[in-house]
Design a binder for this molecule. Structure first.
Ligand SMILES: Cc1cc2nc3c(=O)[nH]c(=O)nc-3n(C[C@H](O)[C@H](O)[C@H](O)COP(=O)(O)OP(=O)(O)OC[C@H]3O[C@@H](n4cnc5c(N)ncnc54)[C@H](O)[C@@H]3O)c2cc1C
Ligand SMILES: NC(=O)c1ccc[n+]([C@@H]2O[C@H](COP(=O)([O-])OP(=O)(O)OC[C@H]3O[C@@H](n4cnc5c(N)ncnc54)[C@H](O)[C@@H]3O)[C@@H](O)[C@H]2O)c1
Length: 444
């Protein structure tokens, strides 16, 4: 029998890797990571955690201003101080994650890993072998191929930006484009968002994504629709973004046109591992074309949203599979997702578009969130919720736009995932008065 250096070797040390690795190490497996940049990967260092710390100032500002003088002060955001706080909190993550793993006996190799064969990874001139390998290399920002692309910034640059610009152009109205626009508008920046079509956030029902765009417009953000970005030029005042509908000047230009799986220079072609621009192809056990090589997280080609909780679920699934604890195909639960704008847009389970396409299977109940008195407590002004039921009256999906949509959807997730009956729902005695009580109250 061949003796490998490790039982399991991960390429990448983000959530797709470090959420499953402890299960293996605790069960006595020899585990290692190869990481080419920062332990923790995108989410803690340049994604969710970084963003939500910065966004907290926006939520504080909203409540203070909406209080109409009950709480006094201007609510102005000092972006430089906000960024300093973000940097202070974020700085703890890489060492904390690495330390936690090392306590379990997990080893780290630093550098870019490349598959040499089905059991061997090279990192520079170092060679490491493993019985099983998990590719969890994530994604990087897509860069528009236009003249002046060198002047564009991505979300990684933006999440470390110390000085707020006066004027910002954001190309792309997906999660990152809208979250950035919402934050910078609140920080006093003049923001223009350029959309190549007439709709933002295609993952969400258009009535809801349009409602979000309209609210952001009322807050002062300019949206330019059906506009193809052609070039970026340096001008005396900063940069000129030339598009099919006009030229927009800014002193900071962000390319938020999507993210691309990290599949290059991994040696995938030589091993016959299939991939395309959507990611690495896997079977229902998350195995690549080479059975002992798995893939997890954002690098995987899949229908599920590429989010941290999805990466965590997959990482833990592969770990359990490698421990012989789960031999079934991966069975994804309902995955909740939120756009962290002000207001939030959040959904989980069966979508409104699916419900509209299958009226024989689903019924939709519409709610104005302002019908719930509790929403006035923290100065909610408007919001809407759609609840999607199957014909047996089980909640199967929900979408909400409101300042607390993420908390409502989180509270509804158990009902969606476990198909609670009306009798089971009535046994949920949630704390009153809270947003969780409101969420369950909507179902009764
Ligand atoms: C700005 C932003 C905000 C986001 N906000 C949210 C949010 O609010 N909620 C949410 O759920 N999700 C959010 N996401 C998505 C979330 O960050 C990802 O879904 C998650 O990080 C995926 O984890 P992963 O382990 O698959 O990939 P990553 O976290 O990207 O980790 C991959 C790791 O692999 C390393 N790597 C790459 N190639 C190699 C190689 N050859 N050798 C060794 N190492 C390699 C990389 O350096 C990286 O550390 C956000 C993403 C961005 C960019
Ligand atoms: N809150 C969250 O959970 C969160 C936040 C940020 C990112 N993410 C994850 O990261 C992924 C990537 O986010 P993202 O915002 O980079 O990608 P995205 O796919 O959500 O949005 C990219 C947008 O850019 C547009 N676009 C593409 N090419 C364009 C062009 N030439 N001109 C103008 N617009 C163009 C697309 O139509 C799309 O709307 C998300 O899909 C999500 O999985 C999640």
């Amino acid at each position: 029998m061949t003796a490998y250096d490790y039982d399991v070797l991960y390429l990448g040390a983000g959530h797709g890797a470090f959420d499953g690795a402890p299960l293996l190490a605790q069960a006595g497996k020899k585990v290692a990571f190869v990481e080419k940049e920062k332990v923790g990967g995108t989410c803690p260092n340049w994604g969710c955690n970084a963003k939500v710390i910065l966004e907290n100032a926006v939520s504080l500002q909203r409540e203070l201003r909406a209080s109409n003088g009950i709480v006094s002060g201007s609510g102005d955001i000092d972006w430089t101080k906000n960024m300093a706080r973000k940097k202070e909190i974020i700085a703890i993550f890489p060492n904390a994650i690495q330390g936690g793993m090392e306590e379990l006996g997990i080893k780290f190799y630093f550098g870019a890993g490349r598959l040499a064969d089905a059991h061997t990874v090279t990192i520079g001139d170092q060679t490491v072998t493993a019985e099983n390998i998990v590719i969890a290399t994530g994604m990087h920002s897509h860069r528009l191929d236009i003249p002046g692309a060198e002047y564009l910034h991505d979300s990684k640059d933006f999440l470390s930006l110390d000085q707020a610009p006066d004027k910002m152009v954001i190309i792309g109205a997906g999660y990152i484009g809208l979250e950035t626009a919402s934050m910078m508008n609140a920080a006093g920046v003049a923001v223009t968002v350029i959309l190549r079509s007439d709709r933002a956030l295609p993952e969400f029902n258009q009535r809801y994504s349009n409602a979000l765009v309209q609210t952001l417009e009322k807050q002062g953000i300019t949206f330019v629709k059906n506009s193809q970005t052609e070039s970026v030029e340096q001008v005396t005042s900063g940069f000129a973004v030339k598009t099919s509908t006009g030229t927009y000047e800014a002193d900071y230009v962000m390319d938020a046109t999507g993210r691309t799986p990290n599949t290059a220079d991994l040696g995938l072609e030589d091993l016959g591992i299939e991939f395309d621009k959507a990611g690495i192809a896997v079977n229902e056990y998350l195995q690549t074309a080479v059975p002992n090589i798995y893939a997890t997280g954002d690098v995987v080609k899949k229908d599920q949203p590429k989010l941290t909780p999805t990466a965590t679920f997959e990482s833990q699934y592969v770990a359990k599979r490698l421990l012989g604890q789960d031999d079934k195909a991966i069975d994804y639960p309902a995955i909740g997702t939120t756009v962290f704008t002000t207001p939030r847009l959040a959904q989980a389970g069966v979508t409104l578009d699916e419900a509209a396409a299958h009226p024989d299977q689903y019924d939709v109940v519409e709610k104005d969130v302002m019908d719930d008195w509790y929403r006035m407590v923290d100065y909610e002004k408007e919001g809407h919720l759609s609840l999607i039921y199957d014909k047996e009256k089980h909640l199967v999906g929900a979408i909400e736009i409101s300042e607390h949509a993420e908390d409502i959807i989180n509270a509804l997730l158990p009902a969606i995932e476990f198909a609670y009956t009306p009798a089971q729902l009535s046994r949920l005695v949630t704390i009153f008065p809270t947003i969780g009580y409101s969420a369950i109250g909507d179902l009764l």
